[in-house]
Design a protein. Structure first.
Length: 362
């Protein structure tokens, strides 16, 4: 059994490395093995096994004493005459989370199969104070059958609507923006999470949300609060604390929700990184999960979630299905020009974990 598990983990790491390479995360050289082991939360032995697999496939070249070189490999090209779809990102590829790189890779693959070419444009200014600066020149100089707006601000989305430019919103669809979009049904996720806590007897529950209020967390909060408001249970208390995007910010928000005698028995934290930060701060305070406080997290966005102790109750999204539905929506917009606006929402699946239990004293 130990040998099978070791081979399986090597294969998983190799597959993740392939997806990162295909998405261009490391254009020329891989980081050092110690750094990669730390980032991926695997042993150096496991990582070396995965790297040997990629070397045999001709994807990388390993030389002792030198950085591991990435072998240039052209992405599968669409057939001649393929139409171009352009993806607008707000940050460089190397700053994207692995799950975002995977979604990008799957979108490219699906579009190539449909004879569309995908071109990626990185526009860091799109998330700054003047997000529209340079956008008109970018779009005018790069004709496209359709633009895909990935996690974009509402003013950018409205800019495409006002000019009648064919576009699809991938994640972070904002209310009042009349563009076709695909996203996770975060409101349903929040509503379901509220039902989980109520069903296990939790009557004092807290949420940790970012101060920046991204669209997905706004939807989660609405669904979460609605789930408690619509219940027949009395004396329910829900607290929402907002934090900065840092481990320290999470700690300060936790200090706020744990203050006083009526401490919550349930906690919802969107995002894997912030969930691990919350678990660390809770442990430092002597608060045990789930004996003292149950914990549920949003859609898992990193394989590291499976290394949590206790195991985390979380939500999971089928990103392969997401990519296929996004491709169909993009092609529909590209061929129809101005089709009927459609908002596709994928329901996440709940994955049970030891971090969620009945309320203390129940």
């Amino acid at each position: 059994m130990e040998t099978v598990r070791r081979i399986s983990l090597v294969a998983q790491v190799a597959d993740l490395l392939r997806k990162n390479l295909a998405a261009g995360r490391w254009p020329r050289h891989l980081p050092g093995q110690r750094e990669m082991s730390r980032q991926m939360q695997v042993s150096c032995r496991t990582l070396r096994g995965a790297l040997k697999l990629l070397a045999r496939e001709g994807r990388i070249e390993i030389a002792h004493g030198c950085p591991t070189r990435v072998v240039s490999r052209r992405s599968p090209a669409a057939a001649p005459g393929a139409r171009v779809v352009r993806l607008l990102l707000s940050q460089p590829l190397y700053d994207l989370a692995p799950i975002s790189l995977y979604r990008l890779s799957e979108l490219r693959r699906c579009l190539t199969e449909a004879n569309y070419a995908l071109e990626v444009h990185v526009d860091p200014a799109s998330m700054q104070r003047q997000p529209l600066r340079g956008l008109e020149a970018l779009v005018r100089g790069n004709p496209a059958a359709c633009w895909v707006l990935h996690i974009s601000k509402p003013e950018i989305q409205r800019w495409f609507v006002e000019r009648g430019i064919a576009a699809v919103v991938s994640k972070s669809g904002h209310a009042g923006v009349d563009l076709p979009s695909i996203d996770v049904d975060y409101r349903a996720l929040g509503h379901h999470a509220a039902g989980l806590f109520l069903g296990l007897g939790h009557r004092r529950v807290a949420m940790l949300l970012l101060k920046a209020c991204p669209a997905d967390e706004i939807a989660i909060e609405k669904g979460f609060l609605a789930g408690f408001e619509e219940s027949s249970h009395r004396g329910v208390q829900v607290r929402v604390a907002r934090h900065d995007p840092s481990a320290q910010g999470v700690g300060e928000a936790l200090k706020e929700v744990l203050a006083g005698d009526a401490r919550p028995t349930g906690l919802f934290v969107p995002g894997t990184s912030y969930t691990f930060a919350a678990m660390g701060h809770l442990a430092a305070r002597g608060c045990r999960v789930p004996r003292d406080l149950s914990l549920v997290t949003q859609v898992a966005d990193s394989p590291i979630i499976h290394y949590a102790v206790p195991s985390l109750a979380h939500y999971w999204v089928n990103w392969d299905l997401f990519a296929r539905k996004l491709t169909r929506l993009v092609i529909r917009v590209a061929t129809a020009g101005a089709p009927e606006v459609r908002h596709v929402r994928l329901l996440p699946e709940f994955q049970s974990g030891d971090s969620l239990a009945a309320a203390p004293g129940r």
